[in-house]
Design a binder for this molecule. Sequence first.
Ligand SMILES: [Zn+2]
Length: 357
Amino acid sequence: MLEKEDKDFLYDEDRIPFIEKFMVPQMYDLFKFGGDMVKDDERGIKRMMQYFSEFFTEEQLRENMERYNLPKMFEVVKGYFKKEYGYAGEDITLSNRYQHTINSYIYNDQDNPAFVHIDELFESTVIAFLLAMFKWSKDFDDLDIYGDCFRYVLFLMNDVCIFGEMQGQYANDSLLQLISGDVQILPLAEDCYWTIVVFSLAHELAHAYLADIGKSYSEEHPEKEEFDADMIAYHIVLKIIMEQEDDKRILEKYTYLAPMMYMDFFDLYYYTDRVLYKSRFFDPQHPLPIDRKKRLFALVNRDEYDFDTVDGNHLYGGFLDVYDEYRDQILLKMERGKLNRVLHTERRNRMRGNGND
Ligand SMILES: [Zn+2]
């Protein structure tokens, strides 16, 4: 098996033509050459069938979409809030338009109807991120896949997260191509995705619940509210995982660490921004993902959450290997000037000028 250094050596562009056969095609340009694409279920089904028709039928796909969708998950989360906290949040609605943000939030001015916003960009980015990370983790020793997955994650962080651009169709096709024929990756990513969706919905509803019970936070420590919302959200995720019977299961047990992956996703996003554009994450309201993750771990380790965690730990272990690899590679490549082609420095500076940073 190749060690990390060997891999980096292989990928060193100065060594072409000697190792030309190991070079991956330059798909990065293809990934980012898409333009906007907003969710379209019918088109989504067609494209999925294009890549996976040998593994499942269109009917199965439709059944699955009927069973797993955002409004349904929102209802599940509300049901659990009522059960666990006696809070119904009945008037709170769901908003799911494309607003160029991967952050979810709750709008609650205490006067007008409150709504939880989960952006279409969040949906498409998180699922694509999980697909690329799991594929990379699974086929780590396949140099073509390694390179494509690295570039895809970089594209997601650079173009999609930092600049809020929806992946285009070409990007999407490239990703589907990359995972086509791999029936293992698709359900892994989907299962973890739904756990993250439930976590996010519950986190936002938790803000409404905390306001409803009159919990107040000091101005010096607004981040405490975020930690509290995380604790409530993760409690709900774990309850759903523990209480559901296998045939009616909504969230799979082995996805119990998906909220950690979600924190890692944000961590990679901020890290990429720092490496590529020297940006510093600073948001007094929102604590660092790594601190949020620590608290989530403290919660899940409590005795009251008792279920089989072996597969979940394995999956997360593989994920973390790739997470480390991405961080190492992006830094190395940046230092060696290998990423100049994908930088949008001027555009990033303009964003800062607009007070977006
Ligand atoms: Zn929050």
